[in-house]
Structures are given as C-alpha cells and as structure tokens.
Design a protein around this ligand. Structure first.
Ligand code: SF4
Length: 280
C-alpha cells in the first residue's frame, strides 16, 4: 500500500472528479473566486465555533471557582459558629463578617455564570448544536480529533466531532447554499470521517453530519454498509493510482461539472471548451 496518506478532503475531490484529485496531487492548484471565498467563509465558521468553545470554557471555569468559594464560605461560617458557641471570642464575629464579603463575591460569580450560560445556550441554539460535547481541532481546543487509519492509508480532521453518551458524530461544515440533498462528493467525505471514527474509537458512529453554514439544519449521512462499501472501493482506487497500478481519468460526461471545476485550467480532459485564444 502506498505510504502517501490520503486525506478525507481528498476523497471529496475524488468524488467530484477523480482527475481533479489527481491534478491536485500532481501540483495543479485549485483556483477561482469560489476557492478564496470558500476559505474566507470557512475561517468565519471556525471563528464562530471558537467563540462558542471559549464561552463554554469560561463558563466551566466560573462554575468551578463559584463552587470553591461556596465551599470556603460554608467552612468559614461553621468555624465562626463553633467559636461563638464554644469559645465566645470576638473572632467568631469577624469570621461571620468575612463570610459576608465572600458571599458578595459568590453572588457576582453566580451572575457571571448565568450570563455566560445564557450566551452558550443561545449560540448552541443558533448553531443547532444540541447538548453534545464539541471536540474540535487543536487550534480551537486542546482536544484534537486528527483521525488516522494505517489500515486504510487514510487521515482526516472533521470540522468538529459531536460527542454524547459515548457516541461520536463527525461533522463537516461546507460553505455555499444548503442543497436539498448533499452532493455525492460531500457524502463520500463524511463517509471517510465515519470510517476513521470507527477505526480510531472502535465503535461505529450512527453517521456523520454535513452542514452548509452553521445556521442551517444539518444533513445526516447514515453510516450504513452501502456507504462503507463505496468509501472502501474509492479508497482502493486511489491507493492503486498512488501506487502506479492504474491511471486516473475523468469519469463523467458533464460539461457543467468541468465549468465549475477549480482545476479546469490545468485539465486536458475538460469538457467545457475554453473560448478560442482564451484560457479560462
Ligand atoms: S475539468 Fe472536468 S475533467 Fe477536468 S478535472 Fe475538472 S471536472 Fe474533471
């Protein structure tokens, strides 16, 4: 098997057109305004998720500090009462006054916690994220779901993973308008992530999610045997090509596909003919 690891996003390209993937592998860069705007939108989506994760982190920190302060107040009050009842010295009164100051601090922390929880709930609602824990790439949190499978010569990093009750669902966020049904190439990529989750965590996910922007309902891609068979078949084809056992060519007859292809300028098999003398 080839040592050149295939990424899940390469599988998406392969699903669009095998030749587009191959051109990318051989140094033909994707170009066009859609590529730049796609990158920009992806960064915006990353920033939105980062805000949410930062807010959740702050909320957890405030909650732990509040718990510690309440515990401290409890101990202080008990100690003060003990001193007042059994010793009767003035120190008990001082401790009660100190506890009151701590209570003020605790009230402030509680207020901050409520505000932060409200913000988190709103962001989760806006982004339709449910209750699950979000495992995101390491530039967002310490948990980095870089998934790898030596067995399949595959690696990938979904935009994030939803983790709830031991179940992990990989999520890929796409830019552009939400289609009625997800494109084959996107489904293939989601399938690649499902395969990686299955391999890495030893448990099959029920499926993956494809999101077109963060504020629309996600499409669910079921991780069923048929999709797994397709993912494995495509992986085998790609590994064969990388190992020099097969050649890669266009696998469709759709000029519109070539028209929208970001590598059409470097492609000798494109179906949309450039205007005479032109190079677009
Ligand atoms: S221009 Fe057409 S044939 Fe060439 S890589 Fe793109 S989609 Fe494939």
């Amino acid at each position: 098997m080839s040592k050149e690891v295939i990424s899940a996003s390469e599988m998406e390209r392969y699903g669009y057109c095998p030749l587009s993937w191959w051109l990318g592998r051989t140094g033909v860069d994707a170009e066009g305004s859609e590529v730049a705007s796609g990158l920009e939108k992806h960064q915006e989506i990353g920033a939105s998720l980062k805000t949410l994760l930062h807010e959740e982190h702050k909320s957890r920190e405030t909650s732990s500090t509040l718990l510690a302060v309440v515990l401290y107040i409890g101990i202080l009050v008990l100690a003060a009462l003990f001193i007042l009842w059994h010793i009767g010295s003035n120190e008990g009164n001082i401790m009660i006054i100190v506890s009151l100051f701590f209570m003020l601090g605790a009230s402030f922390l509680l207020y901050r916690l409520l505000q932060s929880t409200e913000r988190v709930d709103k962001l989760r609602d806006d982004y339709k994220l449910g209750e699950g824990e979000i495992e995101a790439p390491d530039d967002l949190t310490a948990k980095s779901p870089v998934l790898k499978s030596d067995k399949h010569n595959l690696a990938g990093r979904p935009d994030y993973i939803l983790h709830e009750d031991g179940v992990r669902i990989p999520v890929e966020v796409k830019t552009g308008r939400r289609p009625r049904a997800p494109f084959f190439s996107h489904v293939l990529q989601a399938g690649a992530y499902c395969l990686l989750v299955e391999e890495m965590y030893g448990k099959s996910p029920p499926g993956g999610q494809l999101r077109y922007g963060l504020e629309t309902e996600p499409h669910t891609v079921e991780w069923e045997p048929k999709l797994k068979a397709i993912v494995l078949e495509k992986l085998e084809e790609m590994n064969d090509a990388l190992a020099g056992r097969s050649e890669v060519h266009r696998n469709h007859n759709r000029p519109g596909k070539c028209q929208n292809c970001s590598r059409r300028r470097g492609c000798s098999e494109r179906l949309d003919k450039p205007p005479a003398g032109g190079n677009t």
